[in-house]
Design a protein around this ligand. Structure first.
Ligand code: PBG
Length: 332
């Protein structure tokens, strides 16, 4: 024994055994907090692989049912549907057509889910427009905010009628939450909830997604999505959306925006979710495929970090696989 009065503080005590580490863990993963994004394509034939997202496919209506059943079985909390139409036009007509792929897929998904998980839909025009923007364009080719809101209102009604329980407003138009809430309420869809992609950044990490939905985008989305350098503005957008009536707010992408997520989480009165986007997925998959990173550990660490920063739920392409690991006690 040293006669020094100094006794080091020993935080390592609580790291001594697996059981102790488990007991003092601050962040646990739960399948119920995971949402699986799902792509559904129009047309005949089976599912198609997405080359830039190994392991993720564009589902057919038939394979969609299996994916929903598997996710529900694993305890996943919900799915977020994206449509990949065969035909696109300037105003994104397929988005509001009750027989458009996303609305048809929603009906199929609601039936397949049977209430075991929450069926949600992406509410944005980019998958349906031939120019690839999230809204309609004015005579000068700029995205027309208020004309787009009219399209979002109609899209919301089509999705609610198809049975979507939570509409994911991802277009970043000003006033979109208020416009959609009003349209839903006026049509009697009082219980259809709104998930606002509030702090959605103009990110390079959406690259593989553009591939996944075969987006035709020319140019970029910087006049409506946030500048990656702006932290304060992310919080501001979330506060505006909560005031407009958002039931849930979201930060997207997740991994590079944990500071924004922590800010929104601290300030929000409604649940705060985060979207681990396509590029975040593909980076880990690519590094793992080269043997440069331990895939399972990296997946678990990436999602746990997003929850640690304050996300109540996480949209991730690994949702079903991760849920299975959690159930098996392999994702501490
Ligand atoms: C817009 C939308 C996008 C994503 C989700 N919703 C694309 C974009 O804004 O460019 C990206 C999701 C991902 O990259 O995983 N409909």
């Amino acid at each position: 024994m040293s006669d020094s009065p100094f006794r080091p503080t020993r935080p390592r005590r609580l790291r001594e055994t697996p059981a102790l580490r488990r007991l003092v863990s601050e962040t646990r993963l739960d399948p119920a907090d995971l949402v699986l994004p799902v792509f559904v394509r129009e047309g005949a034939g089976g599912p198609l692989p997405i080359s830039s997202m190994p392991g993720v496919v564009q589902h057919s209506l038939d394979s969609l049912k299996g994916a929903i059943a598997e996710a529900a079985e694993a305890g996943v909390g919900g799915v977020m549907l994206f449509g990949v139409p065969e035909v696109r036009d300037a105003i994104g007509s397929g988005a509001t057509d009750p027989d458009g792929i996303l609305n048809v897929a929603t009906r199929v998904a609601v039936e397949a889910a049977g209430g075991a998980l929450v069926v949600q839909t992406d509410l944005c025009l980019d998958e349906f427009t031939d120019h690839g923007h999230c809204g309609v364009l004015d005579a000068l080719g700029r995205v027309d905010n208020d004309a787009t809101l009219e399209r979002y209102r109609d899209m919301a009604l089509a999705q609610a009628a198809a049975g979507s329980e939570l509409l994911g407003l991802s277009g970043m138009m000003d006033g979109q939450v208020a416009a959609v809430r009003e349209a839903l309420d006026d049509a009697g869809f009082l219980n259809t909830a709104i998930l606002a992609y509030s702090a959605k950044y103009a990110s390079a990490y959406y690259g593989p997604f553009r591939d996944a939905v075969e987006s035709q985008l020319q140019g970029d989305r910087r006049t409506y999505q946030l500048d990656p350098g702006n932290r304060r503005e992310g919080l501001r957008e979330a506060i505006i959306d909560i005031e407009e009536g958002a039931d849930v707010v979201m930060v997207k992408p997740a991994g590079s925006y944990l500071d924004v997520l922590a800010d929104v989480s601290a300030a929000s009165e409604v649940p705060v979710w985060a979207y681990q986007v396509s590029g975040e997925y593909s980076m880990i998959e690519a590094a793992a495929a080269h043997g440069w990173i331990d895939r399972k550990r990296a997946v678990i660490e990436s999602v746990r970090s997003i929850k640690r920063a304050g996300a109540d739920a996480v949209l991730t392409y690994w949702a079903t696989e991760l849920a299975k690991w959690i159930r098996a006690g392999e994702a501490a």
